[in-house]
Design a protein around this ligand. Structure first.
Ligand code: ZN
Length: 235
C-alpha cells in the first residue's frame, strides 16, 4: 500500500493549506474532497488490485470522507503535531485528547486513553475479542474480512473508518473550536453515524441472516428492517 506517487500527490495537495488550517479554520472540506477524489482515482486505476487495508478505505460502503481520512492516516500524512514538526511547523504536539503523550497518528487513532475507550466500545459492539496490535496498521491488517453477505457484515467494513474519522473530528473540535466531548457522548454519535451510513447504503439489497452472531448484531445495532430489505433466515 506504500505508493510514493499517491503519497506525494496527497502531500502536494495538503501542504499549501497547512497554514490555512493552522489559522483556526474548521475542517477544510475542500481538501477532504480533493483527497477523496484521489482515492477514487486509485481505485479506478488499480481496480481489484488495491492492497488491504487500502481496499477497506475505498470500499463502496464506506463514507468517502471517512475512508479517505483513514487512508491518509495509514500513510502517516494527517497533520498531527508530530507531522507538523516533521514538515517544519513548530507548535504544540501534545495529544489534545489525553494531554499526556505526543500526538502521533498511532497515538491519536489507536493508543490514546480516550481513543482506546472508543475502540473498546466498538470491539464489544462487534463481539470481537481482539488483542491489541503494535500499530493501527497491523491492527487493521488482522481485521476480520470473512463475514460476507450478511447485512451485518457491513459493520466490519464501515465502522473502522467512521471511528477514526470521528476521533479526528473530535480532535479538531478541541483544537479549533475549544469544545470537548467526553467519550461517553462521542460514542453514541459514532454509533448513529455508522447506522446512518449502513441504512442508506443497503436499501434495495438482499441480505441473509446466517448465524447467532447476526442475531446478536440485530439486537445491538439499530439497522432498519423496512420493506426495502429481504431477510432470509438460513437456520
Ligand atoms: Zn492522547
Amino acid at each position: 500500500m506504500d505508493d510514493p506517487v499517491w503519497i506525494n500527490k496527497v502531500e502536494a495537495l495538503v501542504g499549501p493549506f497547512v497554514a490555512y488550517i493552522l489559522e483556526g479554520q474548521k475542517e477544510a472540506e475542500w481538501i477532504e474532497w480533493k483527497i477523496v477524489n484521489l482515492g477514487y482515482e486509485i481505485l479506478r486505476s488499480r481496480e481489484q488490485n488495491v492492497d488491504w487495508p487500502s481496499a477497506l478505505c475505498w470500499h463502496k460502503m464506506v463514507l468517502p470522507k471517512a475512508g479517505a481520512f483513514l487512508w491518509t492516516a495509514l500513510h502517516g500524512h494527517i497533520l498531527t503535531g508530530e507531522r507538523l514538526k516533521l514538515i517544519g511547523i513548530a507548535g504544540p504536539s501534545v495529544c489534545i485528547l489525553c494531554k499526556e503523550n505526543e500526538e502521533t497518528t498511532d497515538h491519536l487513532l489507536f493508543w490514546c486513553s480516550y481513543t482506546k475507550r472508543v475502540w473498546d466500545w466498538l470491539l464489544d459492539k462487534l463481539q470481537y475479542g481482539s488483542v491489541r496490535s503494535q500499530s493501527l496498521k497491523s491492527f487493521l491488517l488482522a481485521w476480520p474480512t470473512c463475514y460476507k453477505k450478511s447485512k451485518w457484515s457491513i459493520l466490519w467494513v464501515v465502522s473502522l473508518a467512521m471511528l477514526a474519522w470521528n476521533i479526528w473530528k473530535e480532535r479538531n473540535r478541541r483544537v479549533f473550536n475549544e469544545e470537548a466531548l467526553p467519550f461517553e457522548l462521542l460514542i453514541p454519535k459514532i454509533k448513529v453515524a455508522i447506522e446512518e451510513v449502513i441504512n442508506v447504503k443497503v436499501v434495495g439489497r438482499k441480505y441473509f441472516t446466517y448465524s447467532s452472531w447476526d442475531k446478536e448484531m440485530e439486537r445491538l445495532w439499530n439497522l432498519t428492517k423496512n420493506s426495502g430489505y429481504k431477510f432470509v433466515d438460513k437456520k
